[in-house]
Write a protein that binds this ligand. Sequence first.
Ligand code: FAD
Length: 291
Amino acid sequence: MNTHILPQPFEYVEPQTIDEALQYLSEHKEKVKIIAGGTDLLVQMKIGKVSPPCLLSLSKISALRYVIEESGLRMGPLTTFRELQMTPSISKRYTALFEATKAVSTAQIQTMGTLGGNLCNGSPAADSAPPLLVFRGKVKLMDAREERILSLEEFFIGPGKTALKAGEMLTEIELEEVNERTGSAFKKLGRVSADLSKVSIAVAIVRKDDLCKECRIAVGAVAPVPMRARKSESILIGKKIERSLIEKVSHQVSQEISPIDDIRSTAWYRREVVKAMARETIQLAWERAAS
Ligand SMILES: Cc1cc2nc3c(=O)[nH]c(=O)nc-3n(C[C@H](O)[C@H](O)[C@H](O)COP(=O)(O)OP(=O)(O)OC[C@H]3O[C@@H](n4cnc5c(N)ncnc54)[C@H](O)[C@@H]3O)c2cc1C
């Protein structure tokens, strides 16, 4: 039950730098929860799902809030969906990511919710995950002693589970460079527009004349983690894109996923609807690659 109050006392700290934050994390390890926008964490605290003795807020660490275009894209985890939307390089070149940020709930959630929080919450339905997967996203994780870089596919482990260890923090999200022959698109189906997805999908295609040179397809809310549909991708690579081929790939996407029945949808519905969503998203990404 959402009681609107936080039932437990906790220590609250607001470090100013990444080093201070990492030091605090190394001293308190499992006892501490990081809070960014709080749109996932505060709900979980209110319903008693988690009750951390210490909260470490990232809100004062300006070094975690940025978007830099430099042989690809580097984004600080504290960057909000709204800030991503306002970044011209994202709306122009990383279209699937731009569309995903617009699909997140309402203006309030887009203004408070951060990219890092969306990933670290580990939801299979996280809207930013499919587009980041098709742009071959990587995450930089740091603790007080070292840093490591993982692909997003390695980062997601299971529902609500990521590769983050106690004492670690996500400090950067990196995307590969896209060229002008790349087209991408994102689609989401929710119960209502402000809800988490029943199914989401992102596609990125690199076109060479009439051929599909590269293709990446990623889906959300249809498996324990957001995932690439690699068998489906392989059907398109090197081929001329035609209606019958898109039909074949869309069917393959529905075979590659492992959806479940839950409060938002049934496994059967998810498998059916992903075919139509794949068809539309592939077509759109292909058309955009041409322009
Ligand atoms: C009404 C409502 C509607 C929503 N609709 C959507 C939707 O349509 N699509 C969608 O994808 N999500 C949705 N969400 C979920 C949520 O808004 C997003 O997941 C958001 O991006 C979370 O970001 P945050 O900054 O608020 O995370 P927080 O709540 O601050 O943190 C989330 C988790 O990530 C951890 N964390 C945060 N930053 C870091 C970091 N840098 N390093 C390590 N761990 C970190 C926290 O410890 C916590 O476990 C919705 C939530 C609400 C309340």
